[in-house]
Design a protein around this ligand. Structure first.
Ligand SMILES: Nc1ncnc2c1ncn2[C@@H]1O[C@H](COP(=O)(O)OP(=O)(O)OP(=O)(O)O)[C@@H](O)[C@H]1O
Length: 293
């Protein structure tokens, strides 16, 4: 098995409406892959196919070395899936939820308790472990939900918008938890609507648009692809005086500075700005490679 996830020529339609229109992707083992896309792009459909909940119309989809249709049970035993909505028992404590799910998944009582304690610690829930879940905040619930999905260690983890609606602190705790899982060798495939999340977490970012992957790479590679570095000139009060798009070459920069020299004050400061992930995303999903500054 070379890759944790391999998808080739994947198609899926619902009632004549094509949602996935020839998706190809690979996710190396032990890496974090973030799938970005505008609403309705097909992210959840792709995630559901990878996690065996939806059947593809055409194409080859292998997860942890198994084919998702003919070896569905093997795939299921190799993955865990955390969705957008938590499925925890409100009346039980966080610890009880974890131990119960561990027992239901076949762990011995002692192992379930040890594993629960480790996960409570990792997701910063030790203090709240003995409190009923109905007293938890949204962020605590989401962390508990992720902990529950990890009670049995699986090589491939699917996270559907893991931090949607969470405050900055909870988001950072979750990010640290996810990074730690990748360090331990898990492969993580997540969907997100937060570009910063993709930027922070992912080894590979893929942008899905109209049912196809229109760009793949690291955050830096995607930024380079969009080619919207800018020369910014600011005065002594830090007010923007001028902003010009550049390809970053010496020739281009010299041309721009020569041109501006005669028109701006000599004490104006110059900096080169890379595009933000927001600009990259807008550019890639609008089909327009040049983002206007
Ligand atoms: N079971 C289904 N039956 C019919 N249409 C569906 C079904 N599941 C998804 N769709 C349609 O497929 C398209 C893609 O939906 P999907 O949920 O995969 O997008 P998404 O990228 O996850 O969007 P969002 O960011 O809004 O969650 C939408 O037009 C949706 O209405």
């Amino acid at each position: 098995m070379n890759h944790a996830i391999e998808v080739s020529g994947l198609y899926k339609s619902f009632g004549g409406h094509t949602v996935l229109n020839g998706v190809d992707l690979v996710v190396p083992r032990g890496t974090v892959y973030a799938l970005l896309g505008p609403n309705g792009a097909g992210k959840t459909t792709l995630l559901r196919i990878l996690s065996t909940l939806t059947t593809p119309d055409a194409g080859t989809v292998r997860v942890a070395g198994y084919e998702v249709v003919s070896q569905k049970n093997e795939v299921k035993r190799s993955i865990s899936l955390t969705g957008q909505f938590t499925a925890v028992d409100e009346v039980l404590t966080g610890e009880e939820n974890l131990v119960m799910m561990g027992r239901l998944s076949g762990l011995a009582s002692k192992t379930a308790r040890t594993r629960a304690a480790e996960l409570l610690e990792r997701f910063d829930l030790t203090e709240a472990a003995r409190k009923r879940v109905k007293t938890y905040s949204g962020g605590m619930r989401r962390r508990l939900d992720l902990a529950i999905s990890l009670i049995v260690s699986r090589p491939v983890l699917f996270l559907d918008e893991p931090t949607t609606g969470l405050d900055t602190l909870s988001r950072r705790v979750l990010w640290e938890g996810i990074k730690e899982l990748a360090r331990q060798g898990h492969t993580i495939f997540l969907t997100t609507q937060y570009l910063e999340e993709a930027d922070q977490l992912a080894d590979t970012i893929a942008v899905l648009k109209d049912g196809q992957i229109v760009a793949t790479g690291t955050a830096e590679q995607l930024k380079a692809q969009v080619r919207t570095d800018r020369v910014e000139l600011r005065d002594a009060e830090d007010q923007l005086v001028s902003r010009v798009t550049t390809d970053g070459t010496i020739r281009d920069l010299l041309g721009i500075l020569n041109d501006l020299q005669s028109r701006v004050a000599a004490d104006v400061r110059v900096s080169i700005q890379r595009p933000t992930m927001d600009e990259v995303f807008i550019s890639l999903t609008s089909g327009d490679k040049e983002v206007s500054a």
